[in-house]
Design a protein around this ligand. Structure first.
Ligand code: SAM
Length: 355
């Protein structure tokens, strides 16, 4: 009989060396990580990150431009069906002002994120992106505005947008249809490939612990990411929101999220991976553990302070303290304390050839 503990370590070594495991091997790791411990996995993930990015952690300033959304995602607090939230959208001037404040704090990536809000037409967004690029030519612009058609993505790219974050949420079509009401699997996946073809640095990702997700699903998410090869991967624990149908569901755990983060680092060694706000929100040490498991990006909140509480995707979302851009210096200290160095440059994806 194979010694399972030996096999566990052998597979992690194999993943570390080859940046790939098949579905069966992945399921073995996921099923046994609680028994044999995730320390070795995290160690190898951290080693891999250091090989390509050293100790650097990139900071991005996040501006939440609107919490209006036409989608009805069952997990999300800003979904169109929620009548209990105060809706807001930022004017062009407020968006530019938030980015200017961020620029003065040293940020060189602005992430404009929001619900799918038709108010933000291509014309309006093109104007915002062009002005940002003109005023802050050394900064990158990342968009995270959900699904738009190919032509729209292209126009925004030509206006100067550099990156686009669009989590695929799940590669299992049945699960996708189960957790969404008016979004469609094929359209979501097609959008991701469109973004890639246009030339964006693309971010995909999913939540850990979404209701009905199986170990097999998690293994397949990793295999899909390997195929898509996104430049960025956003992973966070699912956390219930009181005004959604999932209000009584269990949240994803810190341990599972850390495991998945470490596996992604080993699958996609050069990916830019944030230690997400959702991770920092479920546990005091969430961000620290995320960084130690191979994450190399933190995205503090640059939105105007008066709207932060309204961008409530899930209960307990933190937007104060180290999650707030104003605390950049303190965050820098905190990151240094745990052995990493803040890098305020644009922090683009690095190209490398495997030796
Ligand atoms: N509308 C854009 C989109 O769909 O990509 C950007 C905003 S959307 C709210 C950003 C991400 O938040 C989603 O992709 C989802 O994974 C995450 N999210 C939403 N509700 C969540 C919850 N309850 N727990 C954890 N993450 C959540």
């Amino acid at each position: 009989m194979v010694n399972e503990k030996y096999l566990f370590k052998y597979l992690i070594n194999k993943l570390h060396k080859e940046n790939f495991l098949n579905e069966e091997e992945l399921i073995f790791i996921l099923d046994n990580v609680n028994i044999y411990g995730r320390d070795y996995l995290m160690e190898k993930a951290d080693e891999t990150r250091k090989k390509f990015y050293g100790n650097r952690v990139y900071l991005r300033g996040l501006v939440e431009i609107s919490n209006y959304c036409k989608r009805k995602c069952k997990y999300c607090g800003i979904n169109a069906l929620n009548k209990n939230i105060h809706r807001y959208r930022l004017s062009k001037d407020r968006i530019l002002k938030s980015c200017e404040d961020g620029y003065n704090l040293g940020f060189r990536t602005f992430v404009l994120q929001g619900g799918e809000d038709n108010y933000f037409t291509d014309e309006l967004l093109v104007g915002i992106i062009m002005e940002l690029k003109e005023r802050f030519p050394d900064a990158a612009v990342t968009l995270s505005l959900g699904e738009r058609d190919h032509e729209s993505y292209e126009r925004l790219y030509l206006a100067g947008a550099d990156r686009y974050l669009l989590r695929h949420e799940t590669i299992n079509p049945k699960l996708f249809e189960a957790i969404h009401i008016n979004s469609h699997y094929d359209e979501r996946i097609e959008s991701l490939w469109n973004l890639k073809r246009i030339g964006y640095q693309v971010g995909a990702g999913f939540m850990v612990g979404i209701p009905n997700q199986t170990t097999e699903d998690l293994a397949r998410e990793l295999l899909f990411l390997k195929e898509l090869e996104p430049e960025m991967v956003g992973i966070g624990p699912f956390t219930p929101h009181r005004d959604t149908v999932y209000k009584d569901e269990l949240a994803g755990t810190l341990e599972d999220t850390i495991t998945i983060l470490a596996l992604i680092r080993l699958f996609l060694p050069k990916a830019l991976i944030p230690a997400t706000t959702a991770l920092a929100s479920i546990h005091r040490d969430g961000r620290e553990l995320g960084l130690k498991a191979g994450a190399n990006v933190v995205m503090p909140n640059l939105s105007p302070v008066d709207v932060r509480k309204d961008y409530s995707l899930y209960d307990g979302k933190v937007s104060t303290g180290y999650e707030a851009a104003e605390y950049r210096k303190q965050l820098e200290e905190e990151i240094r304390r745990i052995g990493y160095i803040v890098d305020m440059s644009r922090g683009d994806y690095i190209r490398w050839e495997k030796q």
